[in-house]
Design a protein around this ligand. Structure first.
Ligand code: BDR
Ligand code: CA
Length: 328
């Protein structure tokens, strides 16, 4: 008997690694993606929604997939995007790719003029599937913080939340203290982490261990056929140039795909319970995830509020990713 599919909702700010995470989820028989919602982060939210539709245009999305557009700005601070990493469009400058006949390789999609909000979409999903849904967040936590503020009760019906973000025992990637998704909206992250939701954090501690270099991406792309492997090669070019220039090696970290991989196979990571608070006051360490190892029997310590992944079987995670994205 085959195991029942796990129903998931993805909240995302595409972003090249978000795009690859979405493709991984849609190509994984263990998951049923029931909805995808967008949030501002790597790019402004309208661009994030455009990018989502562009990614969905690469394959046949599941019938009845719900789509929503979420927050256009973080709770309290101006949006800081990451177009310097992901390209001006957030997807590695896709307009620059042409077919042999000169036509655009990635035609611009036309998303519907109006979309429901992220919270409306989640509300509908939670009504349909109470107690069954996993929410996978791949961007800043603004949408979830707003939902907790406006209508928290339905969220208690979430089975789990898997969230890419934070840096527990490693340095950040935006500042020495902070990881991008938390840095962009630290107030939202703090609210979410103190909410009591069952959260598994997939931080930089593990995502920076799961990376492909330029040659490995070429091998993935040429080993497969069809639009998805080619998209992997096209979309990652800009990020690889960035990491080569800034970090000294052309490496593409599979941050967001690893969060999806954890939903597919939780045994890919080992988690540790922590009490995590997010820094929201001090400018130098804004967005830092301050983690304390649970109560350990000491009354003055706060109890754990998060399971954080600290170890990953990187070889197995990479195998899962490359097998599924090199398929036609
Ligand atoms: C996170 O930041 C974003 O740029 C990526 O999409 C990922 O979600 C990694 O720090
Ligand atoms: Ca992301």
């Amino acid at each position: 008997m085959t195991a029942p599919k796990q129903r998931v909702v993805i909240d995302t700010d595409p972003g090249v690694d978000d795009a690859l995470a979405i493709l991984l989820a849609l190509r994984s028989p263990e998951l049923e993606v029931v909805a995808i919602t967008t949030v501002c982060g790597n790019v402004p939210v309208e661009q994030a929604t455009q990018n989502l539709f562009r990614v969905l245009g690469l394959l046949k999305p599941p019938a009845g997939l719900l789509i929503g557009q979420g927050a256009a700005k973080p709770l309290r601070q101006p949006l800081q995007t990451a177009t310097q990493v992901h390209g001006a469009d957030g997807l590695g400058e896709l307009d620059s790719f042409r077919n042999q006949d000169g036509s655009p390789r990635y035609p611009r999609p036309k998303p519907p003029r109006t979309l429901p909000t992220a919270q409306e979409v989640w509300g509908e999903c939670l009504r349909r599937y109470p107690g069954e849904l996993t929410l996978i967040t791949l961007g800043p936590l603004t949408n979830l913080a707003i939902a907790l503020e406006t209508d928290p009760a339905p969220l208690r019906q979430l089975r789990s939340v898997i969230s890419m973000g934070g840096a527990i025992s490693v340095t950040g990637n935006v500042t020495p203290a902070a990881e991008f998704n938390i840095y962009v909206d630290p107030h939202a992250a703090q609210r979410v982490f103190q909410s009591g939701l069952p959260i598994t954090l997939v931080p930089l501690d593990v995502t920076t261990k799961v990376a492909l270099n330029r040659n490995e991406i070429q091998t993935l792309a040429t080993g497969g056929s069809g639009p998805v492997p080619r998209f992997v090669a096209d979309a990652t070019g800009q990020v690889l140039s960035y990491t080569e220039r800034v970090e000294g090696a052309p490496l593409f970290h599979l941050h967001d795909p690893l969060a999806v991989a954890v939903a597919i196979d939780p045994s890919l990571v080992q988690t540790v319970p922590f009490h995590v608070e997010v820094e929201t006051e001090d400018q130098a360490s804004m967005g830092k995830t301050r983690a304390d190892r649970g109560s350990l029997g000491r009354a003055q310590k706060a109890s754990s509020n998060i399971q954080a992944a600290l170890k990953v079987d990187a070889a197995r995670a990479l195998k899962l990713f490359t097998e599924r994205l090199s398929r036609k």
